[in-house]
Design a protein around this ligand. Structure first.
Ligand code: ADE
Length: 988
């Protein structure tokens, strides 16, 4: 028999190709399908397992181990692999492919035939010698392996092979290697392949940084932080990091490198710019073509060299074309009248390619014939100036008569003087043929008052013509060079008025004839009189005018200030009113806060949402954050736990929500919206925002860490573990957080146990704010007929029907959270469809009290679920009520299960659904599979079912605790239904 079976196993085996699906995150330590020679595995006893090696079509061996001593009792057959070095592995995976024959298909073997085998291992630092004895006790069991699919004779007849694949994890492996062993205790097995591997995060390039092969931690929930090294020709911006997860996946890319100067990114590498191109800055920008008149002959150029005769000014950017000095100005001309000489010219034909063109005018004065020329220096005056002229003309004043002047006009730009070439000049020669007058005689003071000085002087000895007038130039001695005034007179005397009292002035005078000006007389200094000076008396009227002027000016200043101030106030008042108005539009649902109370501001009312983030959230330097592990996945990216360092403070644990790369601007805004909202809250029952990272990648939101995660899964994990008072304490915390939110005018819209976080002291905090407007992220949110996405089971009917969200609709959701808490995370309305939930609520149906729920709490739930939203309690009522219960725990002792009377209903006449049969009732709670259990146990009417206790339900064969709970909860509703029916005189 055994022989026949082995024959069947070997020769009816279809060709199974055990391809190694080349997995980059697996390092294979052993793959029997890839071993070409003998495997050399040991069997104990030698006639237990059989090693069979066949050749496939490509003449490669297929190693199979088989055993099938199903007729003989007490089998103990061992097969041991060779020593497998563990390499870098900390945890290994053993993948077995095998077939296992179904004992029922083999006649006469009952009692001896088995359908499992054992997988074991032994760790050692080196292979055991050939003489070493085999001790089964040295092997630690990994698992008992059973087949998912066995095969029967019919299958064999049909040549159908049911190949099982089982993978087991073993770790931590601490010695240098290990053996695997397979213990057969009487099954019919063909072990077709054994593959042993460990997982690694394979070396990769990310954000221009290279990350090496990394072996994950044995503890599958923690990550290995790996720093990347920038690829060649790249440099670090923010330290590049990746985290290696347990499955060999790289997670949460942080930081980045950028290509250095002269290099650009291409397929994850930094390649040198081609000749003719350059890149002047490090960054992820492309190489640019060399600007005009420049070139790069080599690869990897940071800048382009200028062609011959072209230059770059020191401040010219590398992106600018190379330029050259301008050519000479064209067509210089002059015009001269009695007093002034005007020079004019046209711009050069070649500006050199620049816009910073200016002109300099240089002056030389040449005496009579044969006399040398010398620079004019300060003898002539240029208006506006001689150098750095931006226009194409200049006036020359104070030139002397009978002289020859040569003016050289030069065009200059930012690269003039580079390349040491002769400067191109335009020359103009002008001769001033007529001689001007000689100097006037000494200037005298005739008298002085507080504000005036009278002067006179002798006429010029050689006027060379009629004196047209005299120019008197004067300035305050103290203010020399800062400003001066001038006045003219036709006679050789003048009264200079408008001066300051007791002030020394400097005067000089020159004469003008048709030929031009004489030189200035030497400087003369005279002082005005003081207030007591006799000469001042003639200035009375002036004083009145000046006083009046000063008074008038002061009045003007006061008036202006007054207008300014009142104007500003009005502006301020208007602005304040406007901002007040804006604040009002920020309130949701017309909520107006108590005076002095903080109010929630909707970030969507900010034109620039980034402003809102920075108004309400602190920017955190990412170097202060250490990511430790991934704890979840949100719509926008991974959620991690980690630590936040703040200078001068203790490091704190935090949760970090990341925004994955490749996001759109809208996704970034939606992601950060949550931070803008959370940052406005400050309450012990609202999750606290620590800050945001927006200035580097990835964008992150950092919040306080809540050790016990979300409330729904926490309760499911600890089903039945808490006292009622503990549960009420959690509910009180949630109500208190919600009271804070409703007080500041924030409507949550998605209050559910999954959106409550729990810390290690069982403190519950409300979270998940970003999506209060659009519930895109909530898997529970479904589209309504009006097009909104709403978590139906948690939402008040008016919010579902016409999107009337308010703190009152949050109270409805709170009632559902109460129910979730009291039922340890049961799904509200179980498996009923959303549509049935809406209809049932509309018909007056409300969730029954969970098992073991105090009446007082179920009553509170029913109050929260009043159809008329104004009749629902407010959050402060709920907090007060729960506080009273906590202070009087005796009120919590009466459980709904014990109540025999009809509890107060949310409406005066509740309408409970009426069921007409057990089948109908079980269908409605999706428990139809137990119909026969009820009937077989003699429960044939709903009346009899309504008296059943939880023990009765268990006794009739409902063994799953969730099903027991669902049925018992619904039996309570049945009881209410019967009570209601009895009260209304209706009989089923
Ligand atoms: N999951 C999402 N946010 C969390 C937090 N703040 N703490 C723990 N787990 C979380």
């Amino acid at each position: 028999m055994s022989f026949r079976l082995i024959f069947c196993l070997i020769f009816l085996l279809p060709r199974v190709i055990l391809s190694d699906p080349s997995q980059p995150n697996q390092v294979v330590l052993l793959d029997t399908t890839a071993v070409l020679g003998e495997l050399g595995w040991k069997t104990y006893p030698v006639n237990g397992w059989d090693a069979i090696t066949e050749m496939d079509e490509q003449n490669r061996p297929i190693h199979t181990f088989q055993v099938c001593h199903v007729m003989e009792p007490n089998q103990n057959n061992w097969l041991r692999s060779n020593w497998i070095p563990r390499q870098a592995a900390q945890k290994i995976y053993v993948e077995l492919r095998f077939t296992l024959r179904d004992c029922n298909s083999i006649p006469w073997v009952s009692g001896t035939c088995k359908e499992t085998f054992n997988l074991l291992y032994q760790e050692t630092d080196e292979p055991r010698g050939p003489a070493a004895r085999f001790h089964p006790a040295d092997y630690a069991k990994i698992d008992t392996i059973a087949a998912d699919e066995s095969f029967t004779q019919t299958d064999l007849g049909d040549r159908v092979l049911r190949l099982n694949t089982e993978v087991r994890e073993v770790g931590p492996i601490e010695r240098k290697g290990f053996y695997l062993a397979f213990q057969d205790v009487g099954a019919c097995i063909a072990l077709v392949s054994v593959r042993v591997y460990y997982k690694k995060c394979p070396s990769t390039l990310r954000n221009l940084a290279a990350f090496p092969d990394t072996v994950p931690r044995v503890d599958s929930s923690s990550l290995v932080e790996v720093r990347g090294a920038c690829v060649e020709n790249a440099e670090e911006r923010d330290t590049p990091k990746l985290y290696c997860g347990a499955d060999g996946d790289w997670l949460v890319p942080l930081g980045r490198c950028v290509c250095s100067v002269g290099h650009e990114e291409s397929d994850g590498l930094c390649l040198a710019c081609r000749p003719g191109f350059y890149k002047a800055f490090a960054g992820n920008i492309k190489c640019s073509k060399c600007p005009p008149h420049s070139f790069s002959h080599s690869e990897g150029s940071a800048f382009c060299h200028c062609e011959k005769d072209f230059y770059r000014a020191p401040k010219d950017p590398a992106t600018m074309a190379c330029t050259r000095p301008p050519s000479a100005p064209r067509n210089p001309m002059f015009t001269i009248n009695e007093t002034a000489l005007f020079l004019e010219w046209m711009p050069p034909s070649d500006t050199g390619g620049r816009k910073d063109l200016t002109y300099n005018v240089l002056c030389q004065r040449c005496g009579g014939a044969g006399q040398a020329c010398e620079p004019c220096d300060g003898d002539v005056r240029f208006v506006p100036r001689p150098l750095g002229l931006t226009g194409t003309s200049v006036a020359v004043q104070d030139f002397v008569a009978n002289a020859n002047y040569t003016f050289q006009i030069e065009a200059v730009n930012g690269v003039s003087g580079m390349g040491r070439k002769a400067r191109p000049l335009a020359n103009v020669t002008v001769s001033t043929e007529q001689a001007g007058p000689s100097l006037v005689g000494v200037v005298r003071k005739d008298w002085a008052s507080q504000n005036s000085i009278a002067l006179s002087w002798q006429e010029a000895e050689q006027p060379h013509g009629a004196i047209l007038d005299y120019e008197i130039k004067y300035y305050e001695k103290e203010q020399e060079q800062l400003s001066y005034s001038s006045t003219r007179t036709k006679s050789p005397s003048v009264i200079v008025s408008g001066l300051k009292p007791s002030t020394v002035y400097v005067f000089h005078v020159r004469a003008r004839t048709l030929a031009g000006y004489s030189g200035y007389s030497p400087k003369s200094e005279f002082a005005t009189g003081d207030e007591n000076s006799e000469e001042a008396s003639d200035q009375g009227p002036v004083l009145v005018i000046v006083t009046a002027a000063v008074g008038g000016f002061s009045l003007l200043v006061i008036l202006t200030l007054f207008l300014l101030i009142t104007g500003r106030c009005q502006w301020y008042i208007k602005a304040k009113m406007k901002s007040e108005e804006k604040r009002r539009t920020h309130y949701q649902n017309g909520h107006v806060p108590f005076p002095g109370m903080k109010t929630y501001v909707d970030p969507d009312t900010y034109e620039d949402p980034t402003l809102a983030v920075h108004e309400f959230a602190k920017e955190i330097d990412p170097s202060r954050i250490r990511i430790e592990r991934v704890i979840g996945a949100g719509e926008f990216g991974e959620v991690c736990s980690g630590r936040l360092r703040t200078p001068g403070k203790k490091e704190i644990p935090v949760a970090i929500k990341t925004l994955k790369g490749g996001y759109t601007e809208r996704q970034r805004r939606d992601f950060l919206r949550e931070a803008s909202i959370m940052g406005q809250f400050d309450n012990p029952n609202i999750i606290r925002l620590e800050g945001v990272v927006t200035k580097s990648r990835p964008v992150m939101i950092v919040v306080e860490y809540m050790e016990n995660g979300s409330l729904d899964s926490f309760l499911r994990k600890h089903d039945g573990h808490f006292t009622v008072i503990q549960l009420v304490g959690m509910l009180r915390g949630i109500a208190s957080g919600m009271m804070y939110l409703s007080d500041i005018g924030y409507v949550h819209r998605d209050l559910a146990a999954r959106n409550i976080l729990v810390d290690d002291n069982l403190v519950c905090k409300v979270s998940d704010f970003g999506l209060s407007r659009v519930l895109e992220d909530d898997p529970e949110a479904a589209y309504t007929t009006t097009g909104g996405k709403i978590p139906i089971r948690w939402t008040a009917p008016e919010a579902i029907a016409y999107r009337k969200f308010s703190s009152a609709s949050d109270v409805w959701s709170y009632g559902i959270v109460m129910w979730e808490v009291m039922s340890y995370g049961e799904r509200p309305y179980w498996e009923m469809s959303n549509q049935d939930v809406i209809l049932s609520i509309e018909e007056g149906y409300r969730l029954p009290a969970p098992m073991g729920c105090p009446v007082a709490l179920h009553q509170l739930m029913l109050h929260c679920w009043q159809k008329e939203r104004n009749r629902r309690p407010r959050f402060n009522d709920i907090v007060d009520f729960l506080d009273k219960l906590i202070r009087n725990p005796g009120c919590l002792l009466t459980l709904v299960d014990d109540v025999q009377s009809f509890p107060e209903s949310p409406e005066d006449t509740p309408e409970y659904p009426l069921f007409i049969s057990i089948g109908d009732w079980l269908d409605s709670i999706k428990m139809s599979q137990y119909k026969n259990n009820f009937l077989a146990a003699g429960y044939t009417t709903l009346d009899s079912v309504s008296t059943m206790s939880i023990d009765d339900v268990r006794r009739i064969g409902v063994s799953l605790i969730g099903h027991q709970r669902r049925i018992v909860s619904s039996i309570q509703t049945l009881r209410l239904q019967f009570l209601h029916v009895q009260q209304s005189g209706f009989h089923v």
